[in-house]
Design a protein around this ligand. Structure first.
Ligand code: SF4
Length: 329
């Protein structure tokens, strides 16, 4: 039997190229594993509870983006978290057995509260925000997942899930839950186009739906080696944001670009043109596929319904086992 993989993504707007490598990794996993990917709309509420006006649109756009990039609803279970009520139920059951201190010591908890307070003047010290690593645990363990594709910064959250699985198995004398392991994805860290952390609030990202002129204008505004004044000055690619993108999106030419930059035989504008072409070659087919999908309302509805049914069957079977172990049924 195939091992089970689960991951989710918050619906916070259309995807940008930073998400592309994450989804590409999911697509590769589809072949080897029983893969389950969900739109994490409950998680969006942990920080965006006060403005849900775009939530439905964002959920649908995320599903369309996934399909356009290449996730296959036949191979993976693609679903919307809140449509499967068992996520909320298991979260409640886990909240009964999880010591508060496990959540309070989560390394990102205090940092994110401070960040929201400073940047948006917003207080997110809610029960839901404190508990979101536990909700993640419920998401993962509801499907008895063996693996979770994660970035290194998410490993502490997975550790809570593993602790909850161990504690549940110990208290209720069962081996129902596997201890899920992180699948550290080879997802390159992509900086924003201005060299800062990629962030919606800085508007320093390239949307996967960008048309050629938008890609061009974002790349043209990218920071290069600031010490390079004239076209034939030797450059230092290691301090150049364009080069950090070339390494990912122009892999075949990157040695030549590095050498030409250091030798001062390529100008920054020509270098940027190469990147614009590569990104357009990459995003063009996704853009076209997305246009054809978004016009097909019935197809999107069918995919969402198909995923909901597949996820529901799995979740219902497992929640029965979990409640049996707890003597709730
Ligand atoms: S030539 Fe390319 S790699 Fe070198 S500084 Fe200019 S943009 Fe960056």
């Amino acid at each position: 039997m195939k091992k089970i993989v689960l991951s989710g993504m918050r619906p916070t707007g259309k995807l940008h190229i930073g998400h592309l490598s994450v989804i590409d990794n999911w697509i590769n996993l589809q072949e080897e594993f029983d893969t389950n990917f969900f739109v994490a709309d409950y998680h969006a509420l942990t920080t965006q509870f006060d403005d849900t006006s775009m939530l439905q649109e964002n959920i649908r756009n995320m599903m369309i983006d996934w399909l356009a990039i290449g996730l296959d609803p036949e191979k993976s279970t693609l679903f919307i978290q809140s449509q499967i009520k068992e996520h909320a139920e298991l979260y409640l059951l886990f909240s009964m057995i999880t010591p508060l201190s496990w959540l309070e010591r989560c390394p990102t908890y205090k940092g994110q509260i401070d960040q929201f307070r400073e940047q948006q003047g917003k207080d997110i010290t809610t029960h839901g925000f404190l508990g979101y690593p536990l909700l993640q645990g419920a998401d993962i363990l509801l499907y008895l997942a063996n693996f979770v594709p994660v970035g290194e910064d998410q490993l502490p959250h997975l550790e809570i899930t593993r602790e909850v699985a161990r504690r549940f198995n110990h208290i209720y004398k069962t081996d129902l839950f596997p201890e899920p392991k992180g699948l550290l994805a080879k997802v390159p860290l992509l900086l924003g186009t201005d060299g800062r952390k990629m962030s919606k609030s800085y508007n320093n990202y390239i949307n996967i739906m960008s048309e050629t002129d938008e890609i061009s204008s974002k790349v043209r505004s990218m920071i290069t080696d600031p010490k390079r004044i004239r076209k034939d000055d030797p450059g230092n690619p290691d301090v150049c944001t364009v080069y950090s993108y070339q390494k990912i999106y122009n892999h075949e030419d990157v040695v030549e670009i590095e050498q030409s930059c250091k030798a001062g035989t390529i100008g920054c504008m020509d270098c940027k043109k190469k990147l614009i072409s590569s990104l357009d070659r990459l995003l063009g087919p996704i853009r076209e596929k997305r246009h054809s999908i978004e016009d097909n309302k019935k197809y999107i509805d069918d995919v969402i319904e198909f995923g909901r049914e597949k996820a529901k069957v799995k979740a219902q079977i497992n929640i029965e086992k979990i409640k049996e172990a707890m003597n709730l049924i």
